[in-house]
Design a protein. Structure first.
Length: 162
């Protein structure tokens, strides 16, 4: 496989879900918070954990483990909320994503990133920008703007309006 065409070195925030390492372009990250009280909102998808108050703004919180079909996040002292901007159809939504732990910010050169694996037609992998290599580990680089569908974000907008 050849490396994907990224124009330059990109900085990524890396974090863990279960035993796997994931990364998001730091350009999408607003801040990282300790887990705080999450207010449940009825009749939302299971991965929508609820909303938090972020300096007077209501921010929906997603459990990425549930979104990816993993067991629910169990809060520990390392669990955090990664607040990020997600854009779908030209609309920007601020949301929080639960992560088991944040690891580090690292820079990856384009040659350190392989294209997303083609797993077959039945498995959705369009939200994976590529697979990076760092310190002999693989990390899934997420394309957060493709991670959530318009319907997912409509649910987040409903939560934020509550």
């Amino acid at each position: 496989m050849s490396s994907i065409s990224l124009p330059q070195t990109t900085r990524y925030l890396t974090f863990k879900l279960a035993d796997e390492l994931y990364a998001v372009d730091v350009a999408n990250i607003r801040e990282i918070l300790d887990v705080t009280a999450i207010t449940k909102v009825p009749m939302t998808p299971a991965f929508m954990q609820g909303v938090i108050n972020l300096r007077g703004s209501v921010v929906p919180v997603i459990d990425l483990r549930l979104k990816f079909g993993i067991s629910p996040t169990e809060c520990t002292m390392n669990t955090c909320i990664i607040v990020m901007e997600v854009t779908v159809h030209g609309e920007t939504v601020i949301l929080g994503a639960l992560a088991d732990s944040v690891q580090e910010v690292l820079e990856l050169e384009p040659e350190q990133i392989e294209p997303a694996p083609r797993i077959g037609t039945k498995i959705e992998s369009g939200f994976i920008r590529g697979v990076g290599r760092h310190n002999n580990d693989f990390l899934m680089i997420l394309a957060v703007n493709e991670l959530f569908s318009f319907d997912d974000l409509a649910g987040a907008a409903v939560q934020a309006a509550v």
